[in-house]
Design a protein around this ligand. Sequence first.
Ligand SMILES: [Zn+2]
Length: 174
Amino acid sequence: MADTPCPLCGSAQKMKRPRVLYGHQVCRRCWSGFITRRQLAWIVDVFFLQFVVGFVLGFIAALMARDGEPPGLILVAAIYGVLFFKDGFAGHSFGKWICGVQVVDRDSGEPAGFGRSFLRNWITAIPFMPLVIALTMNKGPRMGDGMAKTRVIWKRYRDHPVFSPPAAAAKVFE
Ligand SMILES: [Zn+2]
């Protein structure tokens, strides 16, 4: 297999120790490029949530507290709302949009909406689950993708068999 070029970058030299991504062997560099993008997207999302959304909501909560309303529950609901539905913008969260990755239906390749986003992201509210996910998504699918029937693609390679829907991939190999 070492002589088969990487289906993404076309390099045969980097295929000495290939990694498996969505059932396809790819070179280490492409593999780590994709996984790093996904992890970076998550970090961007968490910072975005904390600093931008947290600031705006915190400001609103402070105003509400001043008026004597208990803001805690609304604040918590809003933060989890953003966390759960963040991938619903045609398969993009802010971080995914920046990092060039997208959540799509694993069969049709259609971008995920807010329902799919919820199905794949509610699990991240469990303590330490984001860390578990980061460490176990090395073959492509992550916990939550099964329930949502989604997968994350590298938009630059969306038409490559590694990331294109199974139906399209089958056509390429025929
Ligand atoms: Zn490659």
